[in-house]
Design a protein around this ligand. Structure first.
Ligand code: SAM
Length: 246
């Protein structure tokens, strides 16, 4: 049977592609890509002239997924590529991966760029535990629930936001985050890469006085968990162990 390879691609800087991903793209039978034109450009840049690119995106992923699993079952190796970063992380892929697993096929995850980890690593926030939430919904009850998850998280929160909505989002969060640190990781790996750090209030003033565009990964410090420690310190050791072990 064939293998499914998850192939991360650059999130800006074209040099951010691993030797292993390049080898894989050269050698697989099929490349399943979110946008064939975009992937073709990347492949041309790498001097790879692959003849078998198949489109696999959020509007056809169920139907194409079945088709690809059929090809894998027939013995063809498939590389999965999204427009940028790691496939299946806020990108098409998770259905295909699920289908492949359910069909007892081998899934190989090649490491590589992802805006989540790239932003988190340089954020200066706690990296020991983090909550990745994907894209903030634009409106409605889902947006409220999402904002509540950010506000109530003890771990660092990482999420994707659109630059035109950034200021609004900060204004909505500001009354609830008080002095928690926020980092806007903008245009990671690109020429205009920058990290804008501060409280919600600081960032609102900074953004109000400038033109703000580009791709954004937003990181929010978790709630200071002193409250949790206080709660445990009030318990006797035996009660504490009971709380922890259950
Ligand atoms: N699968 C991708 C990954 O692993 O990074 C994420 C895909 S998601 C559709 C695209 C979002 O990721 C963008 O809207 C932006 O929020 C974030 N993003 C992608 N590239 C970025 C970059 N160079 N700098 C900051 N954020 C980025």
């Amino acid at each position: 049977k064939g293998k499914l390879y998850i192939c991360p691609t650059p999130i800006g800087n074209l040099k951010d592609i691993t030797l292993r991903v390049i080898d894989c793209l050269k050698n697989v039978n099929i490349i399943a890509c979110e946008d064939t034109r975009r992937t073709k450009k990347l492949l041309n840049h790498l001097d790879i002239y692959h003849q078998n690119l198949i489109s696999y995106h959020k509007f056809n992923q169920e139907k194409k997924g079945e088709n690809l699993v059929h090809k894998l079952n027939q013995g063809f190796d498939v590389a999965l590529v999204s427009d940028a970063g790691t496939p299946s992380i806020s990108d098409p892929g998770k259905y295909l991966v699920r289908e492949a697993i359910d069909n007892s096929l081998t899934v190989i995850s090649l490491p590589g760029p992802s805006a989540v980890i790239t932003g988190l690593a340089a954020s200066g926030l706690d990296t020991g535990s983090f909550l990745f939430l994907g894209f903030i919904p634009g409106k409605g009850a889902q947006r409220k629930q999402f904002l509540n998850k950010i506000i109530s998280s003890e771990s660092t929160v990482v999420l994707y936001e659109n630059s035109s909505r950034m200021l609004n989002t900060l204004r909505e969060l500001e009354p609830h985050l008080t002095d928690r640190e926020i980092v806007i990781a903008r245009e990671l790996t690109k020429i205009h890469e920058e990290f804008i750090r501060g409280t919600a209030n600081d960032l609102i003033s900074k953004l109000e006085s400038r033109n703000f565009k580009g791709e954004i990964t937003l990181l929010v410090e978790g709630i200071d968990n002193a409250g949790v420690e206080n709660y445990f310190s009030k318990l006797t050791t035996e009660e504490h162990l009971h709380e922890v072990i259950g």
